[in-house]
Design a protein. Structure first.
Length: 114
């Protein structure tokens, strides 16, 4: 079993920054990829950013240039640095960890509002 725990959500004004963290623990032999999805009210869950074990990254077009994903392999932790936040970034952010299957965190709320 793999446990996934997110932290770092909160409320911020437009233009502000937040940093999300996600740590995986448990029966982990090798992590293939980690990353973040988000889901806003009334919308489907969408990929925000992902990072492979080799360090390759991918981002949603809507966050390119504003968000940066990084990973600490030794700690099985992934980070999402979010800058220049917009109201449309408001959502619950879910971390995923891909081992043999996907494991998900419980989600952390990010609210961008003036």
């Amino acid at each position: 079993q793999v446990h996934v725990v997110e932290s770092g959500g909160g409320s911020v004004q437009p233009g502000g920054s937040l940093r999300l963290s996600c740590a995986a623990s448990g029966s982990i032999l090798s992590i293939n990829a980690m990353g973040w999805y988000r889901q806003a009210p009334g919308k489907e869950r969408e990929l925000v950013a992902g990072i492979s074990s080799g360090g390759s990254t991918n981002y949603a077009d809507s966050v390119k240039g504003r968000f940066t994903i990084s990973r600490d392999g030794a700690k099985n932790t992934v980070y999402l640095q979010m800058n220049s936040l917009k109201p449309e970034d408001t959502a619950v952010y879910y971390c995923y960890v891909q081992v043999l299957r996907y494991y998900w965190g419980q989600g952390t709320q990010v609210t961008v509002s003036s």
